[in-house]
Design a protein around this ligand. Sequence first.
Ligand code: HSE
Length: 437
Amino acid sequence: MSSQAVKIGICGLGTVGSGAFNVLRRNADVISARAQSPVEIAHVGARRDNPACELGDVKVSRDIFEVARDPQVQVLVELIGGTTVAKELVEEAVRNGKHVVTANKALIAEFGNELFALAEAHNVVIRYEAAVAGGIPIIKALREGLAGNRIEWLAGIINGTGNFILSEMREKGREFADVLAEAQALGYAEADPTFDVEGIDAAHKLVILASLAFGMPLQFSSVYTEGITQLTPQDVEYAEELGYRIKHLGVAKLSDAGVELRVHPTLIPEARLLANVNGVKNAVLVEGDAVGPTLYYGAGAGAEPTASAVVADVVDLARELSAGQSCRVPALGFASDSLQNLPIVAMEQVVTPWYLRMIAEDKPGVLSRVASIFSEEGISIEALIQKAPAEGETRVPLIVLTNRALQGSMDKAVSAIEALDSISGEVARIRVEVLDG
Ligand code: HSE
């Protein structure tokens, strides 16, 4: 154990910043034992203090760039979020020879390729365990624990806010807006909560996971993204009648055609573990050719769970610095000259079963017309529920569960169904994930 402290600088004292500060202080003994040297918070950069943490005599700068220029600081912890100032800060730190730890998924997903190249050129590393799934060590699992596997697919509940909202709506019948406000108050939601409910936050995380799983550059713009704002309490209820739960998933799947990268609501059979991940919890299911399916579960957001992942990266870097480690795991798990340019599969080519809900006239011939449209597109029906009409109503909800179908065929079938006089409005549709590959 070295007696010389590794000096870190923390930029940002929001939910995660204050959490990281407190965990580093509270667990200083185990952290230094694991890092093989004391870890000292040498400099904090924050526009304002946070009453959640007692800074004591730590040096504080209101200009966060002073931390990136401080010659004492060896590891800069970026916890300010966003992709403008945060990017400049990380670049400045890297150019000044500092390692970086960040929880910033948007920054890594959108600018990771160039930032990793810059870091490699300056012989420093950027670590980002906290960027995906909060406290779950999924980055380490993919980069190190599963390094002997070809990863075939992964599917995860990777937005805590969205899962919290869906769980509260299902279990307590609460309103969407009311649960979102609570998630914001608890510090789970992004600064712009549309990132959570429109699936952007999950898409950021999915692209990071896929890059690690398949050894490909980060391609955020290629992710198909659908949020949870269109889901209705009726869909939640009908899904349950059919034996499913609705979850918002990120799915990355490798096939001969390329990589599927998609974020959207899904029906999951209720017996699956993922279907039973509730509240702010996240879970990622990873299928490797050698290990088979593995599941990683834990808190996906919140101050200390996310700080747990930040501090794990700090400990890794402190250990490297104190032991002079030079053979590092590369940023995306694969050596940078071995990254693969895999094609992204177009959504029309993606095959899944489907849940559909439509409003139909309650009269003879409607069902057979709908069924014949499915048959013309080669889509087979797995289950069908027709609800009784409400008092004085001539229209009924019709819920259809199909077998696996190409999205392109389903698009055509849905357009043809929506064009029928006996069908009102749009057909609601949600993909089903059976999670068996
Ligand atoms: N807003 C994110 C979530 C925080 O709800 O999952 C963690 O990345």
